[in-house]
Ligand binder design. Structure first.
Ligand SMILES: [Zn+2]
Length: 671
């Protein structure tokens, strides 16, 4: 006897607690048992279909969706919503055998084989044609199916090996991209200074793919951009087909940025879908992505994949996690502006590549150690659903992120093997959240007007559309802009300026650039105006001393640089510009953040222990704050408001203590 609820798909509303489910693993009776267990745990969504191309189209042009209808009907009769995945990440062997040159070509000339995933090239015309056909067939079958609450295009589309594909089709695409970017080959030769090394070309077709020589960084950058664009076009092609047949929201599940222009990728999509497998050592890092994802689309994002306990393939490098980790991890997307969390996966595969990946149920059908926490998540999501659905994260601070800057640092790291993303997270984002701020992480195209303060570190080029003009206008209207280090030091092509270090800083402020240099040994010693020591590392750009603007100056290191300014602050219009010339040590970044927030009259919701994150929420007449512990140490939130804590139902005021991996959902009580 099944415990199924009555089918009423209208009753499925966010927050969604979902699972990836592979019905191709299980027969009908096992699926019935699985669905009963999903209901008893509180799962209300299943993601299915990804990777099942061969089962949907066993032979060229012969389609079979009967099995998938049966599964959808089973889920539907239980009132479980379906996220349908297009299967294009796994073209079947009959297809790759027919077009062997469809397989991705590595830089050494070898091709990928059939066996894994994403082995076909997004630029290959036949792969695109066959992908379009299977997507259309699937959409015709399920486009009007009320149980399908959303669509997922493909799965985790990235540049292969972070390098891309080197096949003939990709070469053609690259040359087309160069033509679109530079217009004429003469213009390319001129803009990229290709007379150097006798690199100038007579036609775009002569430009080689960046395989294994001493690559020109500017040309390699364009190659990576063209590779990202191929995937963006491939996703857009599928989105266009799906939208002909369905009104359900369409997305593609990914992990940013990987060199792809994330905003452009999402232009034809309805919502952002995001996968992560962070663990206790780096759980805070995925908060940066959530803070970014909510700025991209009106509709709250979906966390389409995360692990209940550990990741793994045929072996796991993971380990049992502390009590409550699964609980806090499951809450994070909702805390930071999403409306769904879905586990990968429901039930561990009993055969295949991922034999030991953590799940809700083991392949035996029995619970994993974290399943009780999943149950608690389901229960507590329901208690807080109205507050979550009725409020949004609110903030007036932003941190810039840029896919072009990511790609540029990949091709020219400036200092050693400097990496954009880890440094942005660790040196700038982490101190912001440690100060209790909730920044929106915004890209170069985002509107600046909602913010009082914008941090733009490591934005190696600002030469992106009208970004420079918009920043200046926003500052003149009262914005506070913290720029540097390594910001605005390249053109959009990745070349340097010939009469200055920065594109616009000297024309916007009275600052005068002095020297730039690497400092791996921390030879440079500096001091704040109040006499406290200031620590910087890795890279410096110094400005000539200016008594009215200096905040930090060099005291030791090399006689040429003593007295040079590491941090200056200038009034510009009604606003302020802070020029930061190095990567500050943690305590100094904290001090700068507090100084800037005081100036902007933004409260820093300091918490003890640097373990909690703070997410202020507002919507209609409701306001509140959600606290979540991501560091496993718990902490205390200094508070003056009276709240109702929606999970426990208690009224709280004054300081609020959150335990290790605890979550508190606090709705303000009007006095
Ligand atoms: Zn290719």
């Amino acid at each position: 006897m099944l415990l199924y609820r009555r089918p009423d798909m209208m009753a499925i509303k966010p927050p969604f607690l979902g699972v990836a489910y592979y019905p191709e693993d299980w027969d009908r009776s096992e699926r019935n048992k699985d669905i009963e267990k999903m209901l008893s745990i509180g799962i209300n969504v299943a993601r299915i279909g990804e990777f099942a191309w061969r089962k949907m189209e066993p032979r060229d042009g012969e389609f079979d969706f009967s099995w998938l209808h049966e599964v959808v009907d089973q889920l539907k009769s239980a009132g479980i919503g379906v996220v349908m995945g297009t299967p294009t990440a796994t073209p079947p062997v009959w297809l790759t055998k027919k077009y062997p040159d469809m397989l991705v070509e590595y830089k050494n000339g070898r091709r990928m084989q059939h066996s894994g995933r994403r082995h076909a090239c997004s630029n290959h015309p036949e792969y695109r044609k066959y992908s379009a056909r299977i997507v259309e067939k699937l959409a015709m079958e399920f486009g009007n199916e009320e149980a399908v609450i959303g669509w997922q295009i493909d799965n985790e589309i990235y540049l292969h090996n972070n390098e891309g594909c080197f096949c003939k089709n990709c070469a053609e695409r690259y040359h087309r991209h160069l033509q679109e970017t530079f217009g004429t080959v003469e213009e390319m030769n001129k803009r990229l200074n290709l007379q150097l090394f006798s690199q100038a070309y007579d036609s775009f077709e002569e430009v080689p793919l960046p395989r294994d020589t001493w690559e020109n960084p500017h040309l390699k950058q364009e190659y990576l951009i063209s590779q990202g664009q191929a995937h963006i076009d491939f996703v857009a092609m599928q989105a266009k087909i799906l939208k002909t047949y369905t009104n359900a929201p369409v997305g593609t599940d990914q992990m940013p940025l990987n060199g792809m222009n994330y905003r452009k990728l999402h232009e034809p999509l309805d919502l952002v879908q995001f996968n992560h497998y962070n663990h206790p050592g780096n759980l805070w890092e995925c908060c940066l992505w959530f803070d970014y994802l909510r700025t991209l689309k009106e509709r709250p994002f979906w966390n389409t994949e995360t692990a209940t306990c550990f990741s793994g393939s045929t072996g796991t490098s993971g380990s049992i996690k502390p009590d409550g980790f699964c609980y806090a991890n499951s809450w994070l997307p909702l805390v930071l502006g999403g409306e769904a969390v879905m586990y990968w996966l429901w039930r561990t595969h009993w055969a295949g590549h991922e034999l030991v990946h953590g799940s809700v149920l083991d392949s035996s059908g029995r619970p994993m150690y974290s399943t009780q926490e999943v149950k608690a998540v389901a229960r507590d999501f329901q208690k807080c659903a109205d507050f979550i659905n009725g409020t949004k994260v609110c903030t007036d601070v932003a941190l810039h992120i840029s896919s072009r800057c990511y790609t540029m640092f990949e091709t020219q790291p400036v200092v050693g093997d400097f990496q954009y993303e880890p440094n942005l997270k660790k040196a700038f984002y982490k101190p912001m959240i440690d100060c209790g701020l909730r920044p929106d992480v915004i890209d170069e195209e985002a509107d600046l007007t909602p913010y009082k303060v914008v941090f733009s570190p490591l934005m190696i080029t600002l030469d992106q559309g009208d970004l420079r003009e918009r920043i200046v206008q926003w500052v003149e209207n009262g914005g506070i802009w913290i720029t540097g280090p390594m910001t605005d030091i390249r053109t959009k092509d990745g070349t340097r300026f010939t009469d200055r270090l920065h594109g616009m800083l000297e024309s916007v402020t009275p600052a005068v650039f002095q020297y730039w240099f690497p400092d791996k040994e921390k030879r440079i010693k500096s001091q704040w105006n109040d006499g406290e020591e200031f620590g910087g590392n890795t890279y410096y750009e110094l400005f000539e001393p200016n008594p009215s603007a200096d905040m930090v100056k060099v005291t030791k290191g090399h006689q040429a640089v003593i007295g040079g300014a590491v941090l200056q602050c200038f009034p510009v219009g009604k606003g302020w510009v802070y020029l930061l010339g190095t990567i500050p040590d943690e305590k100094d970044m904290n001090k700068l953040i507090v100084t800037v927030c005081e100036k902007a009259n933004i409260p820093c919701h300091m918490t003890e222990g640097k373990s909690l994150i703070v997410s202020p929420r507002r919507g209609g007449k409701t306001s509140g704050v959600i606290l979540a512990d991501v560091g496993g140490k718990g902490g205390v939130y200094r508070n003056k408001t009276t709240y109702r804590e929606l999970i426990s139902g208690e009224t709280v005021e004054k300081d609020i203590t959150v335990g290790p991996y605890g979550v508190k959902v606090l709705e303000a009580i009007e006095n």
